[in-house]
Design a protein around this ligand. Structure first.
Ligand code: AMP
Ligand code: FE
Ligand code: FE
Ligand code: ZN
Length: 289
């Protein structure tokens, strides 16, 4: 059980760095959290905790509390489902094995996507590597950046709407465990699981109660209701589900630096929920100034 820092404030519980598909380093992210006036920020790179040390080192200078986290990739059929994992033990063997497997599959999948695109557009694997740092969790955003650098599209978003859209026929999924396995892995690693952006596909596509119940029984902590990409029509349904199952409601920006229009701190989580989340974390602790 983590000791909650003396006075808990508002936190942005979802942000990416160059360790995955964000465009700012972990240290720069902490500086921006200070500029945004945040009490705390969670670093939640895709399937990796390797940005934690750099972010933690920036805590004293920035005065911002770091809540170490990760966004674990899971999949339900063809649908990608992201599970936020806070305060996990970064050395937990189950989680390490699973994230290594996901990152390996992300790599071979990205190579295959680039091979396919390369038949129709001037694009090489080196172009994509030029958009990543050592050990980056690779994803379609890096392929998008390579397409931008080559001049095939103007922005990441344009790449996602066109060449990288599943409709275009180049993209394919990567390996990921199912969401229930994800929740169990996170709890087994001492972490606190929150279903990420569960309303981006609108009210009709919100997880049905019987499936959510299984995640709750396995230890789901909350729903990321206040997220810039959740559709307005989905939010009342999500709030009702949170109420019904006793789940916490979180708010976060899903900041990706220049990679997405989301602004750091544009959605936040209230102190009471941040405090409860911290008190449930057993795998690691927040880093306080
Ligand atoms: P992948 O991890 O390869 O499946 O790619 C999904 C990631 O791409 C998500 O985590 C988002 O951060 C990012 N993404 C999805 N849609 C867009 C978009 N329209 N513009 C920029 N980034 C996006
Ligand atoms: Fe992302
Ligand atoms: Fe996500
Ligand atoms: Zn994210």
């Amino acid at each position: 059980m983590s000791e909650a820092p003396a006075a808990v404030g508002e936190a942005d519980l979802h942000a990416h760095s160059t360790v995955s598909d964000g465009t700012e380093s972990p240290a720069r992210l902490m500086q921006q959290a200070a500029a945004a006036g945040l009490w705390g920020v969670a670093l939640t790179d895709h399937d990796s905790t390797s940005g934690w040390a750099e972010a933690a080192a920036a805590v004293p200078d920035t005065g911002v509390v770091l809540i170490p986290g990760m966004e674990l990739s899971t999949r339900e059929g063809f649908m990608s489902v992201h599970m936020l994992a806070y305060l996990v033990d970064p050395l937990d063997e189950g989680l390490l094995a699973e994230t290594a497997r996901i990152r390996e599959s992300r790599l071979t999948r990205a190579e295959e996507i680039v091979r396919r695109i390369g038949r129709d557009y001037e694009l090489s694997w080196e172009d994509v590597l030029a958009q990543t740092a050592d050990g980056t969790t690779i994803g379609r955003p890096h392929i998008a950046d390579a397409l931008v650098a080559r001049g095939h599209v103007a922005t990441r978003s344009a790449a996602f709407a066109g060449i990288l859209h599943p409709r275009a026929g180049y993209a394919q999924p990567h390996y990921a465990p199912d969401p229930l396995t994800g929740v169990r892995l996170i709890r087994a690693a001492g972490g606190v699981p929150v279903l990420a952006h569960p309303g981006t596909r609108g009210a009709e596509q919100v997880i049905p109660p019987h499936r959510l119940e299984r995640l709750v029984d396995a230890g789901l902590f909350g729903l990321e209701v206040d997220h810039p990409e959740n559709r307005a029509d989905a939010k009342p349904r999500l709030r009702a589900l949170a109420e019904r199952f006793g789940l916490a409601v979180t708010g976060s920006s899903d900041y990706h630096g220049a990679g997405k229009p989301n602004r750091l701190g544009e959605s936040r989580t209230v102190p009471e929920v941040v405090e409860r989340l911290i008190s449930e974390g057993r795998g690691s602790t927040p880093v306080v100034p």
